[in-house]
Design a protein around this ligand. Structure first.
Ligand SMILES: [Zn+2]
Ligand SMILES: [Zn+2]
Length: 323
């Protein structure tokens, strides 16, 4: 299974501002001047490759959209603004693809705003299957195309769309995947999903505050996480911000670390970065999570508890994770 993240920002698309870009160029030039003194030969490519990822590329500004592939099957999770670039890519690299599958976790703008820019919905020879647990899926999609918010009416794309309602906590076959929706802790209910194929499992848990802290509180929804190969989790806030923003529906790195360690998750990617956070701020939240994780490891080792190390990092737009 392969997961490509086309959008990792939360709440609102967040392009890098000209002021931030200028600041970054100045920083990179300063770093270049500082380091070149020690070089025997000039190596620009090495210098660029060596820059911290949050400087050379940034975390990315498009909202939630992931492409999950396995063998010949492809599933899209959410249609945030990241789906526009995916649309362009898939029509170039696999123009023959005639059928698409999109799972909607919920209908907050950041998860649906890209749908009108997903070109296959306008192509008469394509079918776009849309799945959600919510029984108002079709009404929610109609809203996106409603005048005066968008110039093309829903009726233009209606023939290409197929609406499918999924049962909560019941596995559904979608292409070569088995997808089971589980409820997250988020306003206007949001349903994460455990996606399985080829003996690998992806737990999608973005847009969750994780107010149900313990395994027992999670009840049936704990199955979303347990023993998954990859957990994609919500880290919109730093730990302190998450404590201030109770009931805002989002979590932080340390909450995901606790959950992943308890549920024997193998790997975690944190996303849904706050639109108010600069790349430096997101980097600081990642560092804070690192300190927390190292502390937990140290304490457990000291107590003689067996603790398999967890592979985790904060997501960058465009990255691909192979399971
Ligand atoms: Zn969101
Ligand atoms: Zn949301």
């Amino acid at each position: 299974m392969r997961v490509k993240l086309w959008g990792v920002r939360g709440s609102l698309p967040t392009p890098l501002s000209p002021a931030h870009l200028r600041e970054r160029i100045e920083w990179v030039i300063g770093e270049f001047e500082r380091r070149k003194k020690s070089w025997q030969t000039f190596k620009t490519a090495d210098f660029v490759a060596d820059l911290p990822a949050h400087v050379s590329g940034g975390y990315g500004g498009n909202t939630a959209c992931a492409e999950v592939t396995h063998a010949k099957s492809r599933l899209i999770i959410d249609a945030g603004s990241g789906i526009r670039a995916f649309s362009e890519n898939v029509l170039t690299t696999s123009p023959q693809t005639s059928e698409f599958h999109i799972y909607f976790t919920h209908f907050h703008w950041d998860h649906v705003i890209g749908l009108p820019f997903f070109a296959p919905i306008y192509m008469k020879n394509k079918i776009v299957n849309c799945y959600a647990v919510h029984d108002n899926l079709e009404a929610a999609l109609r809203t996106i195309f409603r005048k005066p918010n968008f110039p093309v009416p829903y009726e233009v794309v209606e023939n290409q769309l197929r609406i499918h309602r999924l049962e909560p906590r019941q596995p559904a076959k979608i292409g070569g995947f088995t997808l089971t929706p589980y409820q997250l802790d988020h306003p206007d209910p949001c349903w994460g999903a455990r996606i399985e194929a080829g003996g690998k499992s992806l737990a999608w848990a973005v847009d969750t505050e994780c107010t149900r802290i313990t395994h027992e509180e999670l009840g049936e929804d704990a199955k979303l996480y347990t023993n998954s190969d990859l957990l994609v989790f919500d880290a919109q806030y730093s730990f302190d911000e998450a404590l201030e923003k109770i009931n805002w529906g989002h979590a932080s790195g340390p909450i995901g670390i606790d959950l992943a360690m308890r549920e024997s998750v193998k790997r975690v990617i944190f996303m849904h970065h706050d639109p108010a956070a600069s790349d430096d701020t997101i980097r600081a939240a990642e560092e804070q999570t690192r300190v927390y994780y190292d502390e937990i490891l140290r304490a457990r080792k000291q107590a003689g508890l067996k603790t398999p190390e967890l592979d985790w990092h904060f997501a960058h737009e465009g990255e691909t994770i192979q399971l």
